[in-house]
Design a protein around this ligand. Structure first.
Ligand code: GDP
Length: 197
């Protein structure tokens, strides 16, 4: 699955631009700067696949990648940028809600959480949207290389507790580092397992 090609297909700003829901789909969500682009690149083994979505609060596109012709890998716009204009946030939330509710092939969301920061109120908001849309999601810790093993164990436990209030959360979380590659094989295996189910 991850040995094949992974091509950027399109970025959409509205529901009518979505590619056909003709295969399994997974999506990645996270606060701006959580390390989402880096993780998608590490996951797919590409250097610069996820387009620099690095102008916080500005990039509003939902980006679709074709992973080996087998599934749609969807990069949702980063959220939680404090200075994003209110109307931008509102438009984002509306698009996200419509996307989550209207994509029958969406199998799982991965909600990225910075290992140094844990689950923030905006993360809970997104998780609540996922609960409401009945989209099962798994939390993925990013930048695990930035903290020590003991601190990581603590954050894993705390995030696990935080997830308990979300009925659609998958109980196990995956700690990753795009820098060292830690956890990337585990995440790949989790995605591959979805396809095999
Ligand atoms: P995005 O806005 O969520 O797409 O985040 P990026 O992937 O652009 O990463 C934001 C910043 O965090 C960049 O400076 C990355 O180099 C850095 N970063 C991302 N992932 C990691 C990681 O696993 N470890 C470390 N140390 N830095 C990371």
């Amino acid at each position: 699955l991850f040995a094949g090609r992974c091509d950027f297909v399109k970025g959409v700003v509205a529901m009518d631009g979505l590619p056909a829901a003709d295969r399994m789909e997974i999506c990645f969500a996270g606060r701006s700067n959580v390390g989402k682009s880096s993780l998608i690149n590490a996951l797919t083994g590409r250097k610069a696949l996820a387009r620099a979505s690095n102008t916080p609060g500005r990039t509003q596109e939902i980006n679709f990648f074709d992973l080996s012709g087998a599934l749609w890998l969807v990069d949702l716009p980063g959220y939680g940028y404090a200075e994003a204009p209110v109307e931008v946030v509102a438009r984002w939330q509306a698009l996200l809600k419509t996307y989550l509710a209207g994509r029958a092939t969406l199998r799982r969301a991965y909600v990225l959480i910075d290992a140094r920061h844990g689950v923030k109120p905006v993360d809970h908001e997104i998780m609540t949207l996922l609960d409401g849309a009945a989209v099962s999601f798994q939390a993925v810790l990013t930048k695990s290389d930035k903290i020590g093993a003991a601190a990581l164990a603590k954050v894993v436990e705390r995030v696990g507790e935080d997830l308990k209030r979300h009925p659609t959360a998958f109980p196990a979380l995956i700690a990753t580092s795009s820098e060292t590659g830690a956890g990337i094989p585990t995440l790949r295996a989790a995605v591959a397992r979805l396809l095999a189910e």
